[in-house]
Design a protein around this ligand. Structure first.
Ligand code: DQQ
Length: 610
C-alpha cells in the first residue's frame, strides 16, 4: 500500500523534525481564525451530523443515560451470573459516554473560529434519538492555565451516584504539552448539562518523566476492576504506540500503573484509545466494568502515523492489568479495522437505555484545505453504529442504529432482477443524493471467481481494488451499486464486490472506489477496500449504503465490513444524482431484493431554546 507508507514516512519525518513535539492535525495558521461568512451548501450532508459551519473532528465524551436505565442494568446483571461485576450490581455503575435524563449528549472537537483545525473546544449537542440534534454552547473551552492552549479529546464516565464526569486533554503551552483534566456539570438537575465546571484541583494526571509529554492524550471512559477505577491515556515511546493505565480508588487521585495496559512497537502515537468488553453471545452491549467468563475485550487505537485505526479482540487480565490480543490476530496497522475508509478518532459508548454498544466515528474531508476554507465547513460525524461480537468470536459486527430508519421516506424496490455482464439498471429513488439502500445479491455458483494473484497477499486491499476497479470485466463480480452517479456516468462512486479464488478459499473484496467520483480537481480519491470474511455457502452477498451528498457509508455482508468514502461530485448533485445496480462480471448476478429509500432531513443542530 504505497500511499499510506509514504504518509507514514512523512508523518515520522514530521514528528522527528518537531523535536518530539507532536501535533495530530495539520496546522494552517492563516485559516485558523477566519470566521466564515458564507457557507456553501453543495456537498453538505442531509442527515449526517454537522454543525452549521466551521471545522469539526473527533466525537468526544458522548451520550449519557440515567433514569430507567438503572432498572435495565439491574435486570441485566441479575440474569447474567457469568458477568462478574460486583460494583455494577451494588452501585449501578454507568461508566459510559453519555445519555442523561432522557437525552443523548454528543461532544465533539470544534473550531469556533474557522473551517480548519485550531482553537479546539468541546462543542455540545443533544438528541432524544441519536438522529435529530439540537445544539448548545460549547461545554468545555480553554479558560484555565491547565487548558489554555486547547481542550482536546477525552471521554465521559457516569459515576455510581449518577453524576457524569468528563476527562479531557488540556494543552498547557505552545509546545503542545499535554495533561489530563476533569470537568463536572454545574447543575445535575439540568438534563441539558449546559454548564461544566473545571475544578481547581486539576489536572488529574500529569505525565511523569518517563512519558512523552507532547504525545500523551485522549483519556478513555473509566472502568471498575479489582477495587480501582481505571483509565487509559494514549501515547508513544519513540515509535512504540502505548496505552498507559492509570488507577484510582476515589476517582480523584490517579496513579500510573507499573506497566501500560498494552503497547506495540512501530505503530507510533496511539490516539483516542478505546477499551471495552463485548459479550460472547448475543448482540447486547456491556457496561465498561463488566468482566468474566462470558466476555471478551476490544482494544481500538487510532494511528496518527497512518490516520487509520485498528482493533484487536483479546483477554483483559484485570489482576495484572494487562491486555492480551487473541492469537492469530494482527496487532498493528494491518489489523482489523472498524471501517476501511475515511473513519478516525472513533469511540464507543454503552447505551443502557437500549442495552447497546454504540460506535461514533469522524470522517474528515478529502478535498483541499483551501476548498474547506471556501466552503466554510469541514468534517462530519458518521451515523452512529451498533457494535457487537460476531458469533465466530473473530471480529466485530456493525449496523447503523435502528433510529435512522425513522428518516426513511419514498421507497423503491427491486426483486429477482437479473444482471448480465455489462448491465447497469437504474434504481429510481426520488433523492439518490440522500438515500439509504439495502440490497441482497445472489449468484448461481462460485465457479467463475477470478484467481487471486498470490502477489496481492502482500498488498493492502486498497491497492488490489486500485488494480481491478469496477470497470475491468471479472468473473464473479465486480457487482454492486453505482452511487452518486451522473446520468451518463461521467461521475460515480461504485461500491462493489469482487470474489477471488485463492489456493485455500474464496476471498471477497468490498471496494468503495472514489477514483471516478468527481470531475473536480485537487481531491483525494482513494480506492478504499477491505477483504471480508464471509461464508458464501448460500451464494449471497448483501450491501447497505448510506448515501448523503458527499459521503457514502457502506456495510457489506450484514455488517462484517464497513467502508466510508468522502466524495465531491460536480454533476451528480442534488436531483441530478442517480443510483444504479451493476454487474461487470461474466457470472450472472441476481438482485434478490433491493430497497432504496429517500432520506428525510432530521433536525440538525438547531439551537436549544432557552
Ligand atoms: N484530535 C484531538 C486529539 C486527538 C486527535 C485534537 C485525533 O486529542 O489525538 O483535536 O484526531
Amino acid at each position: 500500500m504505497v500511499l499510506p507508507n509514504i504518509l507514514a514516512v512523512l508523518a515520522l519525518v514530521c514528528v522527528l523534525s518537531k523535536n518530539g513535539v507532536e501535533a495530530s492535525h495539520k496546522i494552517y495558521p492563516r485559516f485558523q481564525t477566519l470566521n466564515v461568512e458564507n457557507v456553501k451548501q453543495l456537498h453538505r450532508t442531509g442527515y449526517h451530523f454537522q454543525p452549521p459551519k466551521h471545522w469539526i473532528n473527533d466525537p468526544n465524551g458522548k451520550p449519557i443515560q440515567q433514569e430507567h436505565d438503572r432498572f435495565h442494568g439491574l435486570q441485566f446483571f441479575q440474569i447474567n451470573p457469568d458477568f462478574d461485576c460486583f460494583m455494577c450490581v451494588n452501585w449501578f455503575v454507568r461508566a459510559a459516554p453519555m445519555y442523561y435524563k432522557g437525552l443523548y449528549h454528543l461532544f465533539y472537537q470544534y473550531n469556533p473560529k474557522g473551517a480548519v483545525w485550531g482553537n479546539i473546544v468541546w462543542a455540545h449537542s443533544v438528541s432524544k434519538d441519536l438522529i435529530n440534534w439540537e445544539s448548545l454552547e460549547p461545554a468545555i473551552y480553554p479558560s484555565k492555565w491547565f487548558d489554555n492552549y486547547g481542550c482536546w479529546s477525552g471521554s465521559a464516565t457516569v459515576l455510581p451516584n449518577g453524576g457524569p464526569v468528563i476527562f479531557y486533554t488540556g494543552i498547557v503551552d505552545e509546545h503542545n504539552s499535554q495533561i489530563q483534566n476533569y470537568a463536572v456539570p454545574a447543575n445535575l438537575s439540568d438534563p441539558y448539562l449546559r454548564k461544566w465546571v473545571k475544578p481547581d484541583d486539576n489536572p488529574i494526571v500529569n505525565p511523569d518523566t518517563s512519558v512523552n509529554g507532547s504525545a500523551f492524550r485522549d483519556p478513555t471512559t473509566a472502568w471498575w476492576a479489582e477495587g480501582h477505577w481505571k483509565i487509559l491515556v494514549g501515547s508513544r515511546r519513540k515509535h512504540r504506540g502505548v496505552a498507559y493505565l492509570y488507577k484510582s480508588r476515589d476517582f480523584k487521585k490517579w496513579v500510573k500503573a507499573k506497566h501500560p495496559l498494552h503497547s506495540v512497537q512501530g505503530t507510533g502515537m496511539w490516539e483516542c484509545p478505546d477499551f471495552f468488553p463485548v459479550s460472547l453471545s448475543g448482540e447486547k452491549g456491556l457496561d465498561p466494568s463488566v468482566m468474566g467468563q462470558n466476555v471478551k475485550h476490544v482494544l481500538k487505537v487510532s494511528l496518527d502515523m497512518t490516520r487509520y485505526e485498528y482493533y484487536t479482540l483479546g483477554t483483559y487480565d484485570k489482576k495484572k492489568d494487562r491486555y492480551f490480543p487473541d492469537e492469530g490476530l494482527v496487532d498493528g496497522w494491518a489489523g482489523l479495522r472498524l471501517d476501511y475508509g475515511n473513519f478516525y478518532a472513533s469511540k464507543t459508548f454503552y447505551d443502557p437505555s437500549t442495552n447497546r454498544r454504540i460506535l461514533w466515528g469522524w470522517a474528515n474531508e478529502s478535498d483541499a484545505v483551501q476548498q474547506d476554507k471556501d466552503k466554510g465547513w469541514a468534517g462530519i460525524q458518521l451515523i452512529p453504529r451498533k457494535v457487537w461480537l460476531d458469533p465466530s468470536g473473530k471480529q466485530l459486527l456493525q449496523w447503523p442504529v435502528a433510529e435512522l430508519e425513522k428518516l426513511r421516506g419514498h421507497n423503491i424496490q427491486l426483486s429477482h432482477q437479473k444482471l448480465n455482464q455489462g448491465d447497469h439498471v437504474e434504481v429510481k429513488v426520488t433523492t439518490a443524493a440522500q438515500a439509504d439502500v439495502d440490497v441482497t445479491f445472489s449468484f448461481p455458483s462460485l465457479d467463475k471467481a477470478e484467481p487471486f494473484d498470490p502477489k496481492w497477499a502482500k498488498l493492502d486491499a486498497l491497492d488490489v481494488c486500485a488494480q481491478k476497479g469496477s470497470k475491468a470485466p471479472g468473473g464473479l463480480g465486480p457487482f454492486g451499486l453505482l452511487t452518486l452517479a451522473s446520468e451518463k456516468l461521467e461521475e460515480f462512486t461504485p461500491v462493489f464486490f469482487r470474489v477471488f479464488k485463492a489456493a485455500d478459499k474464496h476471498k471477497v473484496l468490498l471496494c468503495s472506489d472514489a477514483r471516478s467520483s468527481s470531475l473536480g480537481e485537487g481531491l483525494y480519491k482513494p480506492s478504499f477496500a477491505g477483504f471480508v470474511d464471509v461464508d458464501l455457502t448460500d451464494k449471497k452477498l448483501s450491501l447497505r449504503s448510506l448515501i448523503d451528498h458527499s459521503v457514502v457509508e457502506s456495510f457489506g455482508a450484514g455488517g462484517r465490513i464497513a467502508i466510508t468514502s468522502r466524495v465531491y461530485p460536480t454533476t451528480a448533485v442534488f436531483e441530478k444524482a442517480r443510483l444504479f445496480v451493476f454487474n461487470n462480471g461474466s457470472e450472472t448476478i441476481t438482485v434478490e431484493s433491493l430497497n432504496a429509500w429517500s432520506m428525510n432531513k432530521p433536525v440538525m443542530n438547531v439551537p436549544v431554546k432557552s
